[in-house]
Design a protein around this ligand. Structure first.
Ligand SMILES: Cc1cc2nc3c(=O)[nH]c(=O)nc-3n(C[C@H](O)[C@H](O)[C@H](O)COP(=O)(O)OP(=O)(O)OC[C@H]3O[C@@H](n4cnc5c(N)ncnc54)[C@H](O)[C@@H]3O)c2cc1C
Length: 316
């Protein structure tokens, strides 16, 4: 750089990026964060290759578990099962199978759960699921089915001592009349046997922290794990957020403004935004993070690195 084209500001540059300095994140004893990674079952051979490349990259981070989603209306029942079983066999990391109540009788859902138990799968992410037309429509339980996640959890516990994770909503579920009703529902899920609450994605740390405080006041005494969605496709996230009641703040729109044709910069922004969110939560004592990977490794890996989660040798 020639003197003529040097920086216009006179301030000395900080050696650390904003938000990553010791004042914001004081040194502390090394802490092993727990991370978990969510995948969806692949639909095509190409998608399957991408997923297993992702799994190969993320496995050395030794997540607490991998989880695999269950398509609307049970549409991925078989593929979810196959993916979960393969994860168990090939990675040595405990997988969790998502399971919903939609479009099935209790007996059918119990059969799916028994098949997991027989395959050695001990962790279920138990969900109600959305109405077949997507969120926004009125949810009607299947006649003879489980009415909601709390009922499903109680049913699963009768089949075997599964470890159960349930969903939570920092900005409340769109079907809940208010925060109080939403927390009552979360408490019912914990009382039925959920041992962990994984949250819907959100972008403001304060929304999560207030939710965590409210949950504690109603006696929800299980870990509340933030669901982190690294955003690199802004339009896609806006659509998804509209569907599940998460706010997309205007500052996030501003950050992605003008980058429609610039995927590389979008990815850098995505890692920065999600990394910042995680570190803010970490500074408030959060020690577990669940990543919505969208079956891609790069952003999740980068954010884990920022958080100090590094590849480990597998125990021999
Ligand atoms: C971590 C995570 C993973 C997910 N994975 C999947 C997946 O794999 N597949 C999928 O299809 N969807 C998935 N979802 C989406 C989820 O299915 C939807 O958000 C769904 O609309 C609600 O599911 P739930 O388990 O929270 O429902 P529930 O906890 O049963 O309840 C949802 C809402 O219904 C109302 N409600 C429930 N019970 C009662 C009651 N007794 N009285 C009054 N109101 C009641 C409340 O308003 C409540 O907030 C996931 C969500 C999260 C956060």
């Amino acid at each position: 750089m020639s003197p003529d084209t040097g920086p216009l500001h006179a301030e000395p540059m900080s050696t650390a990026p904003f938000g990553l300095n010791d004042a914001h994140f004081p040194a502390r004893a090394p802490q092993r964060l727990e991370v978990s990674f969510e995948f969806s079952p692949p639909k095509t051979e190409a998608a399957e290759r991408t997923l297993w490349e992702t799994v190969t990259r993320l496995t050395p981070l030794r997540p607490t578990f991998f989880s695999v989603t269950y398509g609307a209306g049970g549409s991925t029942r078989q593929r979810t099962h196959e993916t979960v079983v393969r994860l168990k066999k090939e990675t040595g990391i405990d997988p969790a199978a998502h399971l919903t109540c939609v479009a099935a009788t209790r007996g059918e859902i119990d059969d799916v759960a028994r098949a997991y138990w027989d395959a050695g799968i001990r962790h279920i992410v138990a969900l109600r699921g959305d109405p077949p037309g997507g969120i926004g429509g009125k949810y009607t339980p299947h006649p003879g089915g489980y009415a909601n996640a709390a009922e499903l959890i109680a049913g699963l516990k009768k089949i075997g001592p599964f470890q159960i994770s349930a969903a939570g909503y920092p900005e409340k579920h769109p079907d809940s009349a208010n925060n109080e009703a939403d927390l009552d529902n979360l408490k019912r899920k914990v009382d039925a046997g959920a041992e962990r609450c994984i949250t819907q994605f959100f972008f403001e740390a304060e929304d999560f922290l207030r939710f965590r405080d409210r949950a504690a006041t109603v006696g929800v005494n299980v870990p509340i794990v933030p669901g982190i969605m690294p955003v690199s496709n802004f339009q896609g996230i806006q659509k998804m957020a509209g569907g599940c009641g998460s706010k997309v703040p205007s500052w996030l729109a501003h950050l992605f403004d003008g980058l429609d044709e610039d995927a590389e910069t979008r990815r850098m922004i995505a890692a920065t935004v999600a990394g910042d969110l995680c570190r803010r939560l970490q500074s408030e004592g959060v020690e577990q993070f669940h990543f919505y990977t969208l079956n891609r490794a790069d952003l999740t890996f980068a954010i884990c690195h920022l958080l100090g989660v590094r590849p480990q040798r597998s125990p021999s």
